[in-house]
Design a protein around this ligand. Structure first.
Ligand SMILES: Cc1cc2nc3c(=O)[nH]c(=O)nc-3n(C[C@H](O)[C@H](O)[C@H](O)COP(=O)(O)O)c2cc1C
Length: 230
């Protein structure tokens, strides 16, 4: 098994420690772990040049760094993304990476390998907002074709892992035990995902705006009988 972990931060605080706990419950000696830290592994904001969407992702000025992450995700059964809650949102550096995945959205050129993967979204907040962050990460996963995302939003009531109470840490142990068991099973794409795929298939059929997208759907056979989840 392979797993990709994208840390929406560089430091090793509460969010990182919860991810570590879960990771160690999921992996075995054979597991290949691809781990990325932001912004080190993808420091560039999107320029808005539209090259990825209109010409192809390889024309993105940040392609080399983005592609390293995409290749790791393609090979992985599980993709785990974490972020501390900053002002009720994910970190800016994580959003920057998601912007670079826009070309892979259902509306453009979804990556067929994503449709059977499990996603995990982890966020911690001192008081409020962690659920909003994991929900947003889940939404990003969905638009990339991952219909199953386990959310772990934790209100730690602390600004560092050392400050997190023993009671809270025991609860985190239980939650990570539970998710570690669930995530091992492959999931079928949801009906909502299939429905939206078919809807965008119709828009691609009539697409006169973006030949790169339309050709991609055509080459995959998705405008005919082929489907990415088969
Ligand atoms: C810039 C910044 C913004 C924050 N915004 C929020 C917030 O909106 N809601 C909240 O409850 N905590 C907020 N916090 C606190 C952190 O989310 C919380 O301490 C979190 O557990 C930190 O995770 P970490 O230890 O992985 O860095 C913020 C912290 C920082 C540094």
């Amino acid at each position: 098994m392979e797993i990709t972990i994208i840390h929406g931060q560089m430091h090793k605080g509460s969010t990182y420690h919860i991810t570590e706990l879960l990771k160690n419950k999921i992996i075995t000696q054979e597991t290949v772990v691809h781990e990325f830290y932001l912004p080190k592994d993808m420091p560039h904001p999107c320029n808005g040049c539209f090259q990825c969407i209109k010409k192809g992702e390889q024309y993105c000025p940040h392609y080399e760094k983005v592609n390293k992450i995409v290749q790791a995700m393609e090979k992985s059964e599980v993709i785990l993304i974490d972020s501390p809650t900053y002002c009720f949102s994910m970190t800016g550096q994580l959003k920057t990476v998601f912007d670079h995945f826009g070309f892979m959205w259902l509306t453009h050129r979804p990556n067929a390998s994503m449709f059977h993967k499990n996603g995990i979204a982890i966020s911690t907040a001192a008081g409020a907002g962690a659920k909003k962050v994991t929900r947003t990460i889940k939404e990003q996963f969905f638009w990339m074709g991952l219909s199953k995302c386990y959310q772990i939003p934790i209100t730690v009531g602390a600004s560092s892992w050392d400050e997190v109470s023993r009671k809270k840490k025991n609860k985190i142990e239980k939650i990570t035990d539970h998710i570690a068991k669930k995530v091992q099973k492959k999931k079928e794409p949801s009906l909502r995902l299939k429905f939206l795929f078919l809807l965008f298939r119709l828009t691609q059929k009539g697409n006169e705006w973006n030949a790169t997208d339309k050709n991609y759907w055509q080459e995959k056979g998705w405008l005919e009988k082929e489907r990415p989840w088969k």
